[in-house]
Design a binder for this molecule. Structure first.
Ligand SMILES: [Fe+2]
Ligand SMILES: [Fe+2]
Length: 136
């Protein structure tokens, strides 16, 4: 069973953003699976780095859309992205140095963050893009 299920309430109404969010949920599930299967540190680190890289690329895509369409909340939304990238970077550094193990608290943090951000800032962005007739 997957750790986190995709649910319709996570749809923001923009095809590319929605597809990438599904991939983010998949990446989180893969990380959880790697941990549950007792994979070694290197394997877990690889999935963790993939999740981070994918997140960075996804954020950059959203930011390009915001800038291209003069989204009024661009600055605030980008600042929230930057905070998350920083937090995940710290998590990875602590994991690499052995200071942190991936506990259920870490997964709750990632899932909560993803859910709240998608249902909050990303949905607002999706609604804005839709209002401009941009849905993909
Ligand atoms: Fe997003
Ligand atoms: Fe976002």
């Amino acid at each position: 069973m997957a750790y986190m299920d995709w649910r319709p309430t996570l749809e923001v109404g923009h095809a590319k953003i929605d597809a990438e969010h599904r991939s983010l949920v998949d990446a989180l599930n893969n990380l959880h699976l790697a941990m549950k299967q007792g994979k070694g540190k290197d394997e877990i680190e690889k999935t963790l780095l993939f999740l981070k890289d994918y997140t960075v690329a996804h954020f950059a895509g959203e930011e390009r859309l915001m800038i291209a369409h003069r989204y009024p909340e661009t600055q605030r939304h980008c600042a929230i992205h930057a905070d998350l990238v920083k937090e995940v970077g710290t998590l990875i550094a602590n994991f690499q140095s052995g200071k942190v193990v991936l506990t259920s608290a870490v997964f709750s943090f990632l899932e909560d963050w993803l859910t709240k951000h998608i249902q909050g800032e990303d949905k607002a962005l999706g609604a804005f893009l839709k209002s401009k007739g941009i849905a993909a």
